[in-house]
Unconditional design. Structure first.
Length: 315
């Protein structure tokens, strides 16, 4: 790394960032991106590219489609960025939930074709787990982790149903996940514990909660059969907020991720403490750069979600 280039981390988004049209301008303007979408279409046996580019939104928002759509579109953008700006090299990579698979592919640890199959199956298993044991998720705004844990503990004690912290995203934004009755109870007491706002999310699965255990068990078997390599760049694990140094740690972290919290706030802080001064989000939306701002306003941040945004990196 030269002195002209700041120490950079690349971030990859997860579910909730998808939007109809994502990646379409990259595929139009760069054959590299178009080839990524074409390969994914062939691997999956249907036009994922058409779903990304033209919708419909309800089909794109279906978990079984959302996960490969975000993975493929982010990798398409990543490969174009590598091609156009080879001098921008990451010191760290991280992905939020599903985005962790994208980060591992960008790090050379997970083959793209294997990644497409894994995230498609991950989405299918999570959808099936949600149908077998319906759950819900909610965002708590204005509370810290300790307060969120008190809210979920009270709800578990009152209802005898599972409810946990699913995402510690950034200061003042925590997501909880679990049984519907427990979550409804938590929403009712959130303000008593200092929450400025409690918002139920438009999802039908309780991601990152014990209700995903059946999916995690089945997914573990798939991970065991998947070839992984040591990452060429450190990748922060959602489950531990630490880099994944070897294949065994990666497999364990990816399986654990389905039922454990996404420790995103800690991951961002760890990368800042390691010297990262610029965060580049690659993929649909700009949710992750917003979280970076909440963690540290002094950190440089940019979202590469369109071709225009990509070209803005040159300025």
């Amino acid at each position: 790394m030269t002195e002209a280039q700041p120490m950079t981390a690349f971030l990859f988004p997860g579910q909730g960032s998808q939007a109809v049209g994502m990646g379409a301008d990259f595929a139009r303007e760069f054959p590299t991106a178009a080839q990524v979408f074409e390969q994914a279409d062939d691997l999956l046996g249907f036009k994922l590219s058409a779903l990304c580019f033209a919708g419909p939104a309800d089909a794109l928002d279906d978990t079984i489609n959302t996960q490969p759509a975000l993975y493929v579109s982010s990798i398409a953008m990543w490969r174009v960025l590598q091609q156009e700006y080879p001098q921008i090299t990451p010191s760290y990579l991280a992905g939020h939930s599903l985005g962790e698979f994208t980060a591992l592919t960008a790090a050379g640890a997970l083959d793209f074709a294997d990644g497409v199959r894994l995230v498609r199956e991950r989405g299918r298993l999570m959808k099936a787990a949600g149908e077998a044991a319906p759950g819900a998720m909610a965002a708590l705004l204005g509370v810290d982790l300790a307060a969120a844990e008190k809210i979920t503990e009270a709800a578990r004690n009152e209802t005898s149903k599972p409810l946990v912290v699913a995402n510690d995203n950034c200061p003042g934004q925590i997501v909880i996940s679990g049984d519907v009755a427990a979550l409804d109870y938590a929403l009712g007491i959130a303000s008593d514990h200092g929450a400025r706002k409690a918002v139920r999310l438009a999802v039908s699965i309780a991601a990152h909660s014990p209700l995903m255990a059946p999916a995690a068990d089945a997914f573990q078997a798939l991970l065991t059969e998947t070839t992984l390599q040591v990452p060429q760049t450190p990748v922060m694990a959602n489950a531990t907020a630490q880099p994944m140094p070897d294949v065994d740690v990666m497999r364990a972290a990816l399986a654990r991720q389905l039922t454990s919290a996404v420790r995103w706030n800690e991951s961002l802080q760890a990368m800042r403490a390691a010297g990262v001064t610029r965060f580049i989000e690659i993929g649909s939306g700009d949710v992750l750069t917003g979280m970076v701002k909440r963690v540290d306003r002094k950190a440089g941040r940019v979202a590469v979600n369109t071709v225009d945004a990509l070209r803005g990196l040159a300025s």
